[in-house]
Design a binder for this molecule. Structure first.
Ligand SMILES: [Zn+2]
Ligand SMILES: [Zn+2]
Length: 109
């Protein structure tokens, strides 16, 4: 018998009980249930954070590249995208991001 299989409440031997997501240790005497449910929640949170990080990076890599020169590091490759600042008659503004140092700037028309 390994350590940790005794109920912290009444000292009875805990029995493994299979749940829908994991095996929990339960006390047959006082119905104490071990807290591995919380561990599962933490793991799920970690996975969500990772997914968000990947999503944040992906749009930038899909932007087209252009031969615009970076004012900071003189790198001659930059991603670019256009943003319509106001709906209607105003022209689009071009934004650039240096592929090397991530410096961002905009092109004024
Ligand atoms: Zn107990
Ligand atoms: Zn640069």
């Amino acid at each position: 018998m390994s350590i940790g299989l005794f109920c912290p409440k009444c000292g009875s031997i805990l029995a493994p009980k299979e749940g829908p997501r994991s095996v929990k240790m339960t006390c047959t005497k006082c119905n104490f249930i071990s807290k591995d449910k919380e561990d599962i929640k933490i793991q799920e949170k970690g996975e969500k954070v990772k997914k968000i990080e990947i999503l944040d990076k992906d749009p930038m890599t899909t932007y087209p590249k252009t031969d615009e020169e970076c004012a900071k590091c003189s790198n001659r490759k930059a991603y670019f995208w256009t943003v319509q600042t106001r709906a209607g008659d105003e022209a689009e503004t071009r934004f650039f991001e240096c592929t090397k140092c991530k410096h961002r700037w905009r092109e004024y028309c």
